[in-house]
Design a protein around this ligand. Structure first.
Ligand code: PLP
Length: 370
């Protein structure tokens, strides 16, 4: 199989697995236990915290391990809403991941007010619209998807954070798709991460909470993670996340994506590359094949051994028109002809060339049926 679906999830790096194995095979201890094995597990967690902090440019005590980004995102929204009820407004975008969109809906159902920023044809928010939304100084949280999982478009987070802070709002960045791909060059208050998007296992993630900000835990109980996230620590998962963070320090290049796109466009010039000239991840290619059915393409590519996804959300098997492409001004027909190819450092140029010829074969086959 040629796996080109890294934005949905990535394969675990063998070095990550290697780091985790001792905590399944040899050391079953609870990290809260006072015996030697427990102390060893605790030490491993704390060194993973250092690795994670080094990757995102924070301090170890600002890292809270969670079950993944969905939990991190939920925790941020709940905390801000609870601690600053008078700051009723949430500002977010129409192109968030489902976790962000659902949290926004909950914010509104809980009596808050939500401003959903639109995006332009390139998937970028308008900073003037953000400034206008911040005017009342009633905003508790600005929560923005830093790099879009469908298109790879990167929002101007530094400008967003500066503007929000000027108006007394806290800033949360969903940085899930950024890790190992683009520099985290903005000062935010909260940052959500997910291990399985950068070669750690599924079910482990982290939340960065700036030490200058108060935080109310979502999960309470045994008081683990300094009282910020209760529940017995997933020691192997945390160790794997730390190792994956260390390996992700070097960001990847756009070599594979660029070769993929240029080879494809030279043979199939009608292909539309979304946000081609906007800041975008070096590893995501969101492509529309006008007139061709993406669902049909997916089936043919699956049969040919290429794993990719439709332009629609990665969390369900359904083929709803993508809310992201819709917000960018594309119609449902365009969205239904869109495929997403996403690369990781585990892909090779040979795979790219082979994938291009399989995509072209599938496209010709579908066109012949029209
Ligand atoms: N945010 C983005 C941008 C994502 O791509 C995902 C994964 O699908 C999530 C959040 C949710 O992450 P997790 O699977 O760790 O809950």
């Amino acid at each position: 199989m040629i796996y080109l679906d890294a934005n949905a999830t990535t394969p675990v790096d063998p070095a990550v697995l290697e780091a985790m194995l001792p905590f399944w095979r040899e050391n079953p201890a609870n990290a809260s236990a006072s015996h030697a094995a427990g102390r060893k597990a605790r030490k491993a967690i704390e060194s993973a915290r250092e690795q994670m902090a080094a990757l995102i440019g924070g301090e170890a005590r600002e890292i809270v391990f969670t079950s993944g980004a969905t939990e991190s995102i939920n925790a941020v929204h709940a905390s801000v809403r609870h601690l600053w009820p008078e700051k009723r407004r949430l500002i977010t975008t129409k192109t968030e991941h489902a976790a962000g969109l659902e949290c926004a809906e909950r914010w509104e159902h809980g009596g808050g007010e939500v401003r959903m920023l639109g995006v332009d044809r390139n998937g970028l928010i308008d900073l003037t619209e953000l400034r206008e939304a911040l005017q009342s100084n009633a905003t508790g949280l600005v929560s923005i998807l830093w790099a879009n999982n469908e298109t790879g478009v990167i929002q101007p987070m530094r400008e967003i954070a500066d503007m929000a802070h000027e108006h007394g709002a806290l800033v949360h960045a969903d940085a899930v798709q950024m890790i190992g791909k683009a520099p985290l060059d903005a000062k935010v208050d909260f940052l959500s991460l997910s291990g399985h998007k950068f070669h750690a296992p599924k079910g482990i993630g982290a939340l960065f909470v700036s030490q200058s900000v108060r935080f109310e835990p979502l999960l309470i109980g045994g008081g683990q993670e300094g009282g910020r996230r209760s529940g017995t620590e997933n020691v192997p998962g945390i160790v794997g996340l730390g190792k994956a963070a260390e390996l992700a320090m070097a960001t990847c290049s756009s070599e594979l994506r660029d070769a993929f796109e240029s080879q494809l466009v030279s043979e199939w010039p009608e292909v539309v590359i979304h946000a081609r000239h906007a800041p975008r991840l070096p590893t995501t290619s969101s492509l529309c094949f006008p007139g061709l059915d993406a669902a049909g393409m997916l089936i043919l590519l699956d049969q040919a051994g290429v794993a990719c996804s439709a332009g629609s959300a990665c969390h369900t098997a359904s083929l709803h028109p993508s809310h992201v492409l819709e917000a960018m001004g594309y119609d449902a027909r365009h969205a239904a002809s869109t495929l997403r190819f996403s690369f990781s450092r585990m892909n090779t140029m040979t795979e790219v060339t082979e994938a291009v010829s399989k995509v072209l074969r599938a496209a010709h086959k579908l066109r012949d049926l029209l």
